[in-house]
Design a protein. Structure first.
Length: 267
């Protein structure tokens, strides 16, 4: 038996797959007694820490206990003869494989979304005039030539504006990620402490820095990394650790390049 560090899971099968992979078991040959004990131990630990256990976690726990009982207690027919039945783990194996397939597909969709978020498109233009009358392109008058050149300059300026906007967006995104990482490490080091929003603003005289900090705090609250509280309108915003503050994947997402360390919590 090994100890499972208490962490957040997306659902009961996320926890079950984690236990199986950590124990280096084959999905097709699950040591059901061992896995059931570890799963129930994790559920009890959640309850001891007053963490609300979702209904689907309890449903899977009941399923594991049923499978364990069917494997331990032999079945007999009316004449007392042993009944040979299919492996009771078979249905569970199929559900685990299906879960892993969907999780892998979800990861691929997330990667595609991240890639597409960096792609900018331009509206389609009608060039049929030039394709249908190619000879007329060479018979331009001076006014048409000037008009065409001015159109070229406007398009060139538009492209440069888009490029500047993209650069600015990327710079602001990088700055916000840096601020989120800074706030996250501070909150994780002092899990039980309540922070004031003003204390998290690095340059209180810089309006843009205040905006970046506020946007970062909202993003972290959306992912339940922190909890926010404001006792009155326009009052100070109090910040404390949220339920997902210990998720390492969130820390790595906003960590600067080359970061390999861990942030230790201080109670």
């Amino acid at each position: 038996m090994y100890k499972v560090k208490l962490r957040s899971f997306e659902g009961p099968f996320d926890l079950l797959v984690f236990l199986i992979e950590t124990a280096e078991m084959s999905i097709y040959d699950i040591r059901i007694s061992e896995i059931t004990s570890q799963y129930l131990s994790y559920i009890r630990e959640m309850e001891d820490r007053n963490i609300e256990v979702a209904e689907e976690f309890m449903v899977l726990a009941a399923t594991l206990i049923e499978i364990k009982a069917r494997m331990v207690i032999p079945r007999e027919d009316a004449q007392g003869e042993p009944v040979i039945e299919d492996d009771p783990r078979q249905e569970l194996v199929q559900r685990i494989l299906e879960y892993k397939r969907f999780k892998e597909l979800a990861g691929q969709l997330q990667e595609a979304e991240d890639r597409e978020s960096h792609v900018y498109t331009k509206p389609k233009e009608d060039i049929s005039e030039y394709l249908e009358n190619p000879e007329e392109v060479l018979k331009l008058e001076m006014d048409s030539l000037v008009s065409g050149f001015m159109l070229f300059l406007r398009k060139k300026k538009k492209i440069e504006d888009v490029r500047r906007h993209y650069t600015r967006v990327e710079r602001e995104r990088s700055r916000m990620e840096h601020r989120i990482f800074s706030i996250l490490t501070k909150v994780r080091k002092h899990t039980g402490q309540i922070f004031n929003f003003r204390d998290l603003v690095e340059d209180k005289k810089d309006r843009r820095d205040i905006i970046v900090t506020f946007t970062s705090v909202l993003e972290m609250a959306k992912e339940r990394v922190i909890d926010l509280r404001q006792k009155k309108i326009y009052g100070n915003i109090e910040i404390k650790a949220g339920e997902n503050v210990e998720k390492d994947d969130i820390l790595k997402r906003y960590a600067p390049e080359g970061f390999t360390g861990e942030v230790q919590s201080e109670q």
